[in-house]
Design a protein around this ligand. Structure first.
Ligand code: FE
Length: 349
């Protein structure tokens, strides 16, 4: 018998493979780039409601995509959570996701925050948003000099700007958005202007840029909002002093709105438990899960009609809503080849 040759472990594999119904309903294999302790409650609630246990593999966005590629058809992954639109777009473009049709998801998640649908269905859905905003030294910089993305390229801000690597997905998404709003020619001139205004070569993450403003190394920084919310919620006296010193601007309120990115999910191309995977994504769009999902990392929910009460988020945006851009994130993904070429041409590291 073949079973013997595989030994006990092999026999177990064959056994579960021969009982697809059992394997299908009980366990969901999740590859997640989210590492927030509050997400634990989210998974526990899903298991409680459905009886489906979640097996989680943690890695970052790039690591998950590489792993899915390497595993191919043998991949045990059912559902994928990533934290950036460009990466979600890449997963789709590389054929790593299974298109699905879900009325619940289509009703809950605005078209702007999901992949472009095809005849087979939709691949990825965004479940929370984060804005990419500007911070400035309140003593040295006038707010009105940095309240649009366009001004980051203006000579008046020469030598002031700190930003992480141009090729980081958060910046690729922002640049893809700028390209969509301004057109390719103006976007490239803008990128050139931003490079000319840098205070130093890009290094570190978003929080490092904010801290560099505090340290006087630069006067303007670009960051995702949840990093700012973390600093605003921090009890560390240094963080408090830093957040006293810097102002936060949601750019382009008078024009196309502030750029927002998403964290989102998809069903894996070779998912064995597709029904459970879809159920999990639908659960993430529920009001309860949206609150956990968004608040876990100080983000805004995407599902229609869901509001969070998060003091750090409200404080940051001046107590109310801000105007977010309305272009589809799928368009930002589609601009990525152009963006990469522009970055090479302008020498944005
Ligand atoms: Fe991040």
């Amino acid at each position: 018998m073949i079973k013997k040759a595989f030994g006990i472990a092999g026999a177990l594999v064959l056994l579960s493979a021969s009982c697809p119904a059992m394997a299908q309903e009980r366990v969901l294999n999740l590859y997640s780039a989210r590492h927030y302790s509050t997400d634990e409650a989210l998974y526990a609630n899903f298991t409680k409601a459905t009886g489906i246990k979640i097996n989680r593999v943690d890695a970052d966005d790039a690591g998950i995509l590489a792993r899915l590629k390497a595993e191919g058809a043998a991949s045990p992954a059912d559902v994928i959570l990533l934290v950036d639109a460009v990466r979600l777009h890449k997963g789709e473009a590389d054929g790593l996701f299974k298109p699905i049709k879900s009325q619940a998801l289509e009703a809950a998640i605005p078209a702007q925050y999901r992949a472009r649908p095809t005849a087979e269905g939709t691949t990825w859905f965004g479940f929370s948003t984060r804005a990419r905003v500007v911070l400035y030294d309140k003593i040295k910089v006038k707010r009105e000099d940095v309240d649009t993305y366009e001004e980051l390229a203006d000579p008046k801000n020469k030598g002031r700007i700190c930003i992480r690597s141009g090729s980081h997905p958060y910046n690729l998404s922002l640049f893809g958005a700028v390209t969509e709003h301004l057109g390719e020619q103006k976007a490239e001139a803008w990128l050139k202007g931003v490079v000319a205004n840098l205070a130093r070569d890009p290094k570190g993450g978003d929080t490092d840029q904010i801290k560099a403003v505090g340290a006087g190394e630069c006067q303007v920084a670009v960051s995702n909002t949840y990093y700012i919310a973390r600093l605003l919620r921090s009890n560390n006296p240094e963080d408090k002093a830093l957040m006293e010193r810097v102002g936060v601007v949601f750019p382009n309120q008078a024009t196309w709105g502030t750029h927002v990115n998403i964290a989102g999910g998809a069903v894996a191309k070779n998912a064995k438990n597709t029904a459970a995977a879809v159920r999990f994504l639908e659960y993430l769009a529920s009001s309860e899960a949206q609150n956990h999902f968004a608040n876990g990392n100080n983000e805004w929910p995407t599902a229609r009609g869901v509001k969070v009460s998060n003091p750090a988020l409200q404080g940051m945006s001046g107590g109310g809503d801000f105007k977010a851009e309305t272009i589809p994130l799928a368009a930002i993904g589609a601009n990525q080849v152009k963006v990469q070429q522009m970055l090479d041409r302008v020498g944005f590291k």
